[in-house]
Design a protein around this ligand. Structure first.
Ligand code: F6P
Length: 369
């Protein structure tokens, strides 16, 4: 028989995404409706694992009052981190070096000590892999899929993605006129890690002429040909969207920083490389715009806000139904539950037979292949 729930905890982990606060509000309100208490953990699990860094407390009791009117706000009132995996926690040694240690038992002991019956873990691939590992160690856990990258498997979409795509599309709309006025090539670099969802969706919606995504190794001669073709047709400007994880057929990914203890590698810089090469190949002036963290900010779109509220309430329903080790997912048009085991450590890339990709091809977009 599943143990009755009286107290749950919620944590937000990984890069922030618009909609996190809406999830928090939904979880706290649904829990309160069941007379459950909800404890918020600050900055992933850092609030528990580094309590000394939090003079005001690494955790806080979340009441309805604390989450009123926050659904439309970007960021997360709990804070977040992508450097706090409890199974490989970055720990500074006396000589200044950093090693990774497994502190998951300490975390589980905290849940027991505080009388917390279950955890709602809101995050992307990294956080949900951690959630699955905690579930395997006996914690009751439900995951909520968050990421602007939309690279989580088994859900139609993640919250945060629509806001990022909408903003990137608006930026492309704005860049058309300046690119046209100056007859330039504008290269727009967008986030997305190793998946090209943001680049693909924003690129097509925003009328880009070439879109380079990690799933398709690119040949810049093909892109240059497309730009020259447009020139000869009297359209002397071009917009190229490049995903931060894109690479040429035989190339390396552009990195800002390599992986180190507790940190994944940091992507970025491919836009500048592509612009430099396209300038050289076409003789045109090419400029780069890196949208970067702008894609993670601002208010969630209605779609993301609603998805976040639906996910948060569904996570509490899942716990109430005695489920654990599951992630709330969007199986359009409904929300369902999928096993965390099926999600952990898997990435959803853009499939080569995606109709959205085909839409781009039919519209004449060059994908560099
Ligand atoms: O996963 C979300 C994301 O914004 C990626 O698109 C990007 O590669 C990464 O996070 C950037 O993380 P950070 O803010 O740590 O540089």
């Amino acid at each position: 028989m599943t143990q009755t729930i009286r107290r749950i905890a919620i944590t937000t982990g990984g890069g922030d995404a618009p909609g996190l606060n809406a999830v928090i509000r939904a979880v706290v309100s649904s829990a309160a409706n069941r007379s459950w208490e909800c404890v918020g953990i600050r900055d992933g699990f850092n609030g528990i694992l580094q309590p000394d860094n939090y003079p005001q407390g690494g955790t806080l009791l979340l009441t309805r009052d604390q989450v009123r009117g926050i659904s439309h706000l970007g960021g997360t009132i709990l804070g977040t981190t992508n450097k706090g995996n409890p199974f490989s926690y970055p720990t500074r040694q006396s000589d200044g070096s950093v090693i990774e240690t497994d502190r998951s038992d300490e975390l589980l002991a905290w849940f027991k000590r505080e009388g917390i019956d279950a955890l709602v873990s809101v995050g992307g691939d990294g956080s949900l892999t951690i959630a699955n590992a905690l579930h395997r160690k006996g914690l009751r856990v439900v995951g909520v899929p968050k990421t602007i990258d939309n690279d989580l498997d088994k859900t139609f979409t993640t919250f945060g993605f629509d806001t990022a795509v909408s903003f990137a599309t608006e930026c492309l709309d704005r860049l058309h006129s300046t690119a046209q006025s100056h007859q330039r090539v504008m290269v727009v670099e967008v986030m997305g890690r190793y998946a090209g969802w943001i680049a693909l969706h924003a690129g097509i919606s925003g009328g880009a002429h070439a879109i380079l995504i990690p799933e398709i190794g690119f040949d810049l001669d093909k892109v240059a040909e497309k730009i020259r073709q447009r020139d000869t047709q009297g359209r002397q400007y071009s917009l190229v969207v490049v995903a931060e994880g894109a690479k040429s057929r035989d190339g390396q990914r552009a990195l800002q920083a390599p992986a180190k203890a507790g940190h994944a590698e940091r992507l970025g810089g491919i836009g500048e490389q592509v612009a430099e090469a396209l300038g050289r190949l076409t003789g045109k002036e090419a400029r780069t715009v890196v949208l970067g963290h702008l894609l993670r900010g601002g208010s969630p779109t209605t779609f993301d806000r609603l998805a976040a509220l639906r996910f948060g309430t569904a996570a509490v329903r899942a716990l109430d139904e005695g489920l654990s080790g599951v992630m709330v997912a969007l199986a359009h048009p409904n929300v369902n539950y999928v096993s965390l085991e099926e999600v952990a450590g898997r990435m959803k890339a853009v499939p080569h037979d995606s109709d959205t990709l085909q839409t781009g091809r039919d519209l004449g977009v060059c994908f560099g292949d």
